[in-house]
Design a protein around this ligand. Structure first.
Ligand code: SAH
Ligand code: SF4
Length: 365
């Protein structure tokens, strides 16, 4: 039998080691992996948990990803786009409550009006926060010029998941057309890096047809891409999407939660100095899914600060916890942190330590 304790002592992990770590079943072994990940986090990025207030700007999307509840083809969705005052008011809340950073996330649009609006929002948020709020964008595939423009206006981090690194699985969960090409995503990630952003990517965990080997490839892809941040979380089915018909192939919710937490811990061990977000989707599987992710090695929390009346329409997947109040979530994490040795750090951007090293030339590229 493989000795997990011995694997965890190794300086660098082979593919076989990663497979063994992601396959652990016994509680004692899982605990060993989580403890190791917590100590790796402490030694490499400290015990601070950074906040990004999440603003879900719009559920209007040009794309048709087969898994996503706000895909263009879903006619059941009431579409919205926040007006400027709503966004500024949410950003002001984040600023006044010392969050340090916000994320503007949106369904993907590439028209000029959208590009201008995001640009103007970024500029205004910088002004109202005296340039103190950090801004991460998560607005999908855009042109190099658009990434550049938003960066010049003050956004400095960008999240764009590759969703899965396996081309067959990718085209099982996306239409195989120009708008959705995997290569576009990978090219976008390169453009983002060249522009100067701190770059985040990631995948969904527990997709129908996905196996442990696929997940190991995803983890290695994150390493090869030399990302600064990772947002990855469980796939959660949504009844008004094409992928819903594969529901019978899915792991149980408990198994998906367990696998997601383990994947976070293994990623922390594999790439010690990146920022790892506790994905909101974890809370769809368990009330304290995000809290468990932080115990497993994540160091970024994204409380939802979208105005309440819009949240139920940003319904990417079922059971999305849209009513969770940001302050209550922060309190919960702080209470657990006092027992487990981590704490929320207010008022700081909490930039990726990996990025700092990468731009000084110590990274892989
Ligand atoms: N449109 C942008 C940002 C919004 S979607 C983009 O696609 O990048 C943000 C993330 O939500 C996606 O990257 C995807 O991984 C996740 N998501 C969408 N549908 C999901 C589902 N059914 N289960 C879990 N995550 C999902
Ligand atoms: Fe649109 Fe993003 Fe959903 Fe794909 S995952 S349909 S790009 S919002």
């Amino acid at each position: 039998m493989l000795d997990i304790a011995n694997i965890l002592k190794e300086e660098s992990l082979s593919r076989e080691d990663l497979i063994a770590l992601l396959s652990v079943k016994r509680k004692e072994d899982r605990d060993l992996v989580f403890q190791k990940a917590a100590s790796v986090r402490c030694n490499n990025v400290g015990n601070e948990i950074y906040l990004r207030g999440l603003i879900e700007y719009s559920n209007i999307c040009e794309k048709n990803c087969f898994y996503c509840g706000i895909r263009a083809g879903n006619k059941q969705v009431e579409r919205y786009c926040l007006d400027e005052d709503d966004v500024i008011c949410s950003a002001r809340h984040a600023f006044e409550n010392d969050y340090g950073s916000i994320v503007i996330q949106s369904g993907e649009r590439t028209d000029q009006d959208f590009i201008n609006k995001i640009d103007s929002l970024v500029r205004k948020i910088k002004i109202i926060s005296e340039h103190k709020l950090g801004i991460t964008l998560s607005c999908g595939d855009q042109s190099k010029e658009t990434y550049h423009r938003w960066f010049e206006s003050g956004a400095h981090r960008y999240l764009l998941r590759f969703e899965t690194s396996d081309p067959d699985l990718y085209y099982k969960i996306h239409p195989n057309n120009k708008k959705h090409f995997l290569l576009n995503r990978l090219t976008s990630l390169q453009y983002l890096k060249e522009t100067g952003y701190q770059v985040g990517s990631g995948m969904m965990i527990g997709l129908p047809g996905q196996n442990i080997e696929n997940l190991i490839d995803d983890l290695l892809m994150l390493k090869v891409l030399n990302v600064d941040m990772v947002g990855m979380g469980p796939y959660i089915e949504h009844k008004d999407t094409p992928l819903f018909k594969e529901k019978s192939q899915l792991l149980t919710k408990n198994e998906r939660l367990g696998l997601s937490l383990l994947t976070i811990a293994v990623l922390r061990i594999l790439i010690p100095d990146i920022n790892i977000a506790a994905a909101t989707a974890l809370d769809s599987l368990s009330d304290d899914g995000r809290l468990q992710a932080i115990r497993a090695g994540a160091n970024v929390l994204m409380p939802n600060i979208t105005p309440l009346k819009y949240r139920e329409n940003y319904f990417l997947y079922e059971n999305k916890p849209y009513l969770t109040e940001a302050d209550a979530l922060i309190r919960k994490i702080n209470e657990s942190g006092s027992l487990n040795g981590y704490h929320i750090k207010l008022g700081e951007w909490g930039d990726s330590k990996h990025f700092a090293k990468r731009v000084k030339g110590f990274g892989l590229d």
